[in-house]
Design a protein around this ligand. Structure first.
Ligand SMILES: N[C@@H](CCC(=O)N[C@@H](CS)C(=O)NCC(=O)O)C(=O)O
Length: 207
């Protein structure tokens, strides 16, 4: 049995929700309040979601969970290329996304939480430009293919919940990190493939 601990509107939970649905796996959801992680801490010893419990085994970290699902359920729709070279490209992309791409929005969010007098506006501007430039990179990655690695894969699972804010942002969603994702990713007429990719992946089911 699979159980997913989640909070509403979580980027990292959406990764797992996309992966579960792609693989046709059902999971019981435990929805916890964003401001009370007691249940998450009790089951996993830490506060962050997503947490997956599979027959008593606890897995934390969204992309570790996605890999775990692939390893444990290899017969269902794959999320990583079978070809070793392409699989390595996919793993590298995910590592880059987590370690490099995520830094500017995280750092802008932290900067904007400082009192106004102590903020480094130039740094925010520079980091914002980096986020916008990554849209150009995604546009190029999508040349001649519908997903970041051709077929829908863990690369799309990793990036979509964050990059989607370029076109999808509920004005009622005032979560600071989400506002940064929306504010500093502005697709223009030179990003048609990114815009189509967001719509394509957004049409997919979630668990
Ligand atoms: N590296 C972790 C990050 C998890 C994470 O930051 N989750 C957010 C929700 S998207 C969270 O639980 N934040 C709560 C907090 O920071 O207190 C993953 O990929 O799962």
């Amino acid at each position: 049995m699979l159980t997913l601990y989640r909070i509403e509107n979580s980027t990292n939970v959406e990764r797992v929700a996309l992966a579960l649905a792609h693989k046709g796996l059902r999971a019981e959801s435990v929805r916890v309040p964003a401001d009370d992680r007691t249940a998450v801490r009790a089951v996993s010893g830490q506060d962050l979601v997503p947490v997956l419990v599979h027959d008593g085994r606890v897995v934390i970290d969204s992309m570790e969970i996605v890999r775990y699902l692939e390893d444990r359920f290899p017969a269902t729709a794959p999320l990583y290329p079978r070809d070793p070279a392409r699989r390595a490209d996919c793993l590298l992309f995910i590592d880059w996304f987590n370690r490099v791409w995520k830094r500017p929005p995280n750092e802008i969010t932290a900067e904007l939480q400082k009192p106004e007098a102590g903020r480094d506006a130039r740094r925010v501007e520079r980091l914002g430009r980096a986020m916008q430039a990554y849209l150009d990179l995604f546009e190029d990655m999508l040349t001649g293919r519908e997903h970041l690695q051709g077929e829908f894969s863990a690369a799309d699972v990793a990036a979509f919940p964050f990059v989607k804010y370029a076109t999808i942002h509920d004005p009622q969603d005032t979560e600071p990190f989400h506002q940064v994702l929306a504010r500093y990713q502005r697709p223009g007429t030179d990003h048609p493939r990114v815009v189509d990719w967001i719509a394509r992946v957004d049409a997919r089911p979630r668990a």
